[in-house]
Design a protein around this ligand. Structure first.
Ligand SMILES: N[C@@H](CCC(=O)N[C@@H](CS)C(=O)NCC(=O)O)C(=O)O
Length: 213
């Protein structure tokens, strides 16, 4: 059985699809909506959290975009997910992103994007302000880093860059002030120059996200 990557156009599934496309991983892509009415029973055995992405293989299913990226790298023998001396540094950035830059982006994107798309309640300006404060703190640290080198790791692009940047393709709705951090903006432009990152859904069948507002 060829592995199946279940995805939607939301940030974490987008990250998994971009990773799979970048790696030319031998998977088939299947749009899914586990949270839609009547769909949960189809996905609960694959991911009890009913979230995407999910990678279903003959040996079982895997969820969480980072775990899937690790598995896809294994499948194709890529160092996008480092296996050698740089692995601790890569894990450092994955971990840091979750508490800092990516978390800040997530807070703001959730209020201005996800909540509005899916009618999850009124925008909370206090949460946006807290997210923006964290964004500024963490973007300043990243800006200093990217003033020294093009990618998070010294040797070049790694999965950590994808994870760190997961919300930036949604900045039309999140409106994070990337322009205040020129080295971060330049790094984001380098990511966007990768076709798999710029348009991971090319050739895939998936409805557009609901509009914001
Ligand atoms: N920690 C999980 C987060 C997964 C998650 O929150 N997925 C969201 C999209 S970002 C989801 O499944 N939303 C429902 C959907 O897209 O249909 C990961 O890294 O994969």
């Amino acid at each position: 059985m060829q592995p199946i990557l279940y995805f939607s156009r939301n940030p974490n599934p987008r990250l998994a699809v971009a990773t799979a496309k970048y790696l030319a991983a031998p998977v088939s892509y299947q749009f899914a909506e586990p949270l839609a009415p009547g769909q949960a029973d189809k996905y609960r055995h694959l991911n009890p959290s009913l979230r995407l992405p999910i990678l279903a293989e003959a040996g079982g299913s895997l969820y969480e975009a980072d775990a899937i990226a690790c598995r896809l790298s294994q499948l194709v023998g890529s160092e996008l997910w480092r296996t050698g001396a740089e692995l601790p540094d890569m894990i450092r950035w994955l971990s840091w992103s979750r508490d800092n830059f990516m978390h800040a982006c997530d807070m703001v994107h959730f209020e201005r994007g996800t909540k509005q798309r899916y009618r999850l309640g009124a925008l909370d300006e206090a949460l946006v302000a807290r997210g923006l404060e964290r964004f500024h703190d963490s973007a300043a640290i990243l800006d200093a880093h990217f003033s020294q080198q093009d990618w998070l790791l010294a040797s070049g692009l790694s999965y950590a860059d994808f994870r760190m940047g997961v919300f930036l393709p949604f900045n039309d709705v999140a409106r994070l002030p990337l322009g205040d951090y020129p080295a971060v903006a330049a790094w984001q432009a380098r990511l966007m120059a990768l076709p798999a990152w710029a348009d991971p859904f090319e050739g895939l069948s998936a409805p557009a996200l609901p509009p914001v507002g």
